[in-house]
Design a binder for this molecule. Structure first.
Ligand code: R5P
Length: 277
C-alpha cells in the first residue's frame, strides 16, 4: 500500500508509481521556472513530446504545460507550484506561485515545491511545503518535496538525510533528492515515503545509468530525471534505457547498450567510406 490513506491520494500515487513494478520514471522539465530557456528545452514541445510515451509522469510548471503541451496527452502531471527567484538571485527565496484550484483545474496528479534546508530562507521553504501538504491533504493530492541544494550546499548523506527527513516530518508524501554515497541511509530516513532520485547536471550516459541503478538498488522507487535525458545526444534512447532499468530491471550494461544502439525511426546507419586501394 502506498503512503497516505485517502483513496484519491493513493489513486494519484498509483498513477505516478506503477503498482505492477513499484517503479517510477518521472521526467523533469520544470527547469525554466528559474533558469529560463534551459539547454535542451528551448523548444519544450519538440523536446518533450517524443519522450512522453516512456515516462510515468511529467514534472512541469502550469505555464509550460499550457504553452507547450496539448491537453489531450494523458500522462500524470507533477505540477511545480513554487518559484520566485531566478538563477540571478538567492534561489531559496521561493514562494508558492500556483493556487491549489489551478492544480485541480489542470488535473495534477501531484504538486511539488523545493525545500532549501540550511539556506537563508529555510523557514519560508518549510512553510511553503507545510502549506502545500495542508492543501494536498484537503483535496487528496500528494506532495512531492524536492530537497534543493542550491549552488554550493553539501550533497552528502548527512545533509540529504536531514533535509529529506524534515520534508517527511512536515508531511511530504514523496521525496525527490540527489544521489550520494550512503544513499541507502537517506532512503531509510524517509520511512514509508517513496524516494525518487534527482538527476542533476548532465554527466556521461553510462555514469547516469549507473547512478540511477545505484539509487534504485539503495531503495529509491525510481528517478525524476531531466538534463541527463533531454540533454543526451539520444534523448529517446536514454529514456528507454532508464525505463528498462526501472521497470524491467535490466542491468546497467544492457541499458547502456539500448541507449547506444538506439536509432530514430528512418535514420540510416552512417556509411563508412571504403578505403581506396
Ligand atoms: C530543480 O529543482 C528542478 O526540479 C529540476 O527540474 C530537477 O532538479 C530535475 O532535473 P535534473 O535531473 O535536470 O536535475
Amino acid at each position: 500500500m502506498f503512503y497516505g490513506t485517502d483513496w484519491g491520494m493513493q489513486n494519484r500515487m498509483s498513477r505516478i508509481i506503477n503498482p505492477e513494478t513499484g517503479g517510477c520514471l518521472m521526467l523533469a522539465v520544470d527547469h525554466g521556472y528559474f533558469q529560463g530557456p534551459t539547454t535542451g528545452l528551448r523548444d519544450l514541445d519538440k523536446a518533450v513530446m517524443p519522450l512522453l510515451p516512456y515516462c510515468d509522469a511529467l514534472m512541469i510548471t502550469r505555464g509550460a504545460l499550457r504553452a507547450f503541451i496539448p491537453p489531450k496527452m494523458n500522462k500524470p502531471i507533477v505540477l511545480r507550484v513554487s518559484g520566485g527567484p531566478t538563477v540571478l538571485n538567492e534561489l531559496s527565496n521561493e514562494y508558492i506561485t500556483t493556487a491549489i484550484e489551478d492544480a485541480i483545474r489542470i488535473n495534477a496528479a501531484a504538486i511539488t515545491c523545493s525545500v532549501y534546508i540550511g539556506s537563508e530562507f529555510e523557514t519560508q521553504c518549510v512553510d511553503n511545503l507545510a502549506q502545500l501538504v495542508n492543501e494536498g491533504e484537503r483535496y487528496g493530492i500528494p506532495v512531492l518535496a524536492v530537497t534543493a541544494v542550491g549552488r554550493d550546499m553539501n550533497r552528502d548523506a548527512r545533509f540529504l538525510g536531514l533535509a529529506s527527513r524534515v520534508c517527511v516530518e512536515i508531511g511530504a508524501h514523496m521525496i525527490k533528492t540527489y544521489y550520494c554515497e550512503g544513499f541507502r541511509s537517506v532512503v531509510k530516513a524517509c520511512g514509508n515515503a517513496p524516494v525518487v532520485m534527482a538527476g542533476g547536471k548532465k554527466i556521461p550516459e553510462r555514469e547516469a545509468l549507473q547512478m540511477a541503478h545505484n539509487a534504485v538498488a539503495a531503495g529509491a522507487v525510481g528517478v525524476d530525471m531531466g538534463r541527463n535525458i533531454f540533454q543526451s545526444d539520444k534523448p529517446v534512447g536514454m529514456i528507454q534505457a532508464v525505463r528498462a532499468m526501472i521497470h524491467e530491471k535490466v542491468s546497467v550494461e544492457e541499458a547502456y547498450k539500448m541507449y547506444q544502439s538506439y536509432r530514430p525511426a528512418g535514420a540510416k546507419k552512417k556509411s563508412v567510406p571504403r578505403k581506396s586501394k
